[in-house]
Design a protein around this ligand. Structure first.
Ligand SMILES: *[C@@H]1O[C@H](CO)[C@@H](O)[C@H](O)[C@H]1NC(C)=O
Ligand SMILES: *[C@@H]1O[C@H](CO)[C@@H](O)[C@H](O)[C@H]1NC(C)=O
Ligand SMILES: *[C@@H]1O[C@H](CO)[C@@H](O)[C@H](O)[C@H]1NC(C)=O
Length: 319
């Protein structure tokens, strides 16, 4: 086995020398959009660039997950040849030695695409490059938030759910508080064999700080974005996993007595949709909040004022 390898290596070296030390296929690269929308009339242009250094081209072959769907052989007439792709077709008028255009995209066309270039005789140098493409079926509606309470008191814990309709692939969900991204649920798939649409879901637990804490200088921050990775295969079967997938964030009570909460569903860079924002108000915004005192402190002050009033009232007749 080892000997065979050495012999192959020698032959390889010899061919290289015969070739004048020049490979006649260089800089092969593939350019495929990371994601495109599904639909009739939706298309994707996949490009393949290479440098044959003057050598003639023998063939270009395009594969979708190892199955050839387009071939370009300049020596043949016509040079283009297509093979069936599930549900879609190749636009012959816009496909040639440098690109292939696929029309009527559907999500079954998601997967790895390969471009294989072969130089002509005598050496037939061949090389191949691969890149993934995802055909996206976006959710029908905007994401939706439900929340345990729509007002807060200091020290409260609010629980919010963001849910997104079925889509392919399942979207990522980002939580936004007052224009700051605060947490994210990343959808990832263990395997990509079925092309099923899936709903996405994210749970956020918001802790509202007590007055004493934020006096110590804890400030609003989004520097370390809290992330969870949500595997849909495991999630579907094992509901106990849910607890580990709860995102947590701590909010400093805003001086305005209100903050907004929304979530955004995104699929790569071609789909992003935001929920209606929820405005969450402090339960009983009191003027005392300016001094940083909580409501119990305020009522104590009121009671004290009341006692003084009563004392004055009881003193009045004797005056
Ligand atoms: C092609 O490859 C050579 C080296 O092999 C490099 O110097 C050159 O910049 C490349 N050209 C392009 C367009 O990438
Ligand atoms: C969020 O979803 C979980 C799990 O489905 C549910 O138990 C909880 O009641 C929901 N909370 C809200 C505020 O909708
Ligand atoms: C979700 O986010 C992760 C990490 O940023 C990214 O790699 C992935 O492509 C995103 N998925 C989608 C469907 O946008």
């Amino acid at each position: 086995m080892f000997k065979m390898k050495r012999i192959c290596h020698l032959i390889f070296r010899l061919l290289f020398l015969l070739d004048g030390g020049v490979w006649s296929l260089r800089n092969l690269s593939i350019s495929v959009p990371r994601a495109v929308l599904a639909g009739e009339g939706q298309s994707a242009v996949l490009e393949c660039s290479y440098d044959l250094e003057g050598a003639p081209l023998y063939s270009i072959r395009w594969y979708k997950s190892e199955t050839e769907f387009y071939r370009y052989v300049p020596r043949e007439m016509p040079p283009s040849m297509v093979f069936p792709l599930p549900g879609a077709s190749v636009d012959l008028a816009q496909s040639d030695r440098n690109q292939v255009r696929i029309v009527n995209m559907n999500r079954r066309l998601s997967g790895d695409y390969q471009c294989e270039v072969s130089a002509d005789a005598p050496l037939f140098h061949t090389d191949i490059r691969s890149a993934p493409l995802t055909v996206v079926d976006p959710p029908f509606r905007a994401p939706h938030i439900s929340i345990s309470r729509d007002s807060y008191a200091r020290g409260d814990v609010l629980r919010a759910n963001c849910s997104v309709d079925e889509a392919y692939p399942a979207p990522n969900i980002t939580w936004i508080i007052d224009d700051h991204k605060v947490a994210e649920t990343i959808s990832w798939r263990a395997s990509d064999i079925d092309f099923k649409e899936r709903a996405a879901f994210s749970q956020l637990e918001i802790t509202i700080l007590e007055a004493e804490h934020y006096r110590m200088g804890i400030t609003y921050t989004s520097s370390n974005l809290n992330k969870v990775y949500h595997d849909h295969y495991i999630y579907d079967k094992d509901m106990n996993k849910e607890d580990r997938e709860i995102l947590r964030y701590t909010v400093v009570p805003p001086t305005s007595g209100q903050f907004s909460l929304s979530c955004v569903a995104t699929i790569y860079d071609i789909y992003a949709r935001k929920s209606e924002p929820l405005y969450i108000k402090e339960d009983a915004p009191l003027p005392a909040s300016v001094t940083g005192e909580d409501s119990s402190g305020v009522s104590a002050v009121c009671n004290a004022a009341l006692i003084v009033l009563c004392a004055c009232a009881s003193l009045l007749p004797s005056l």
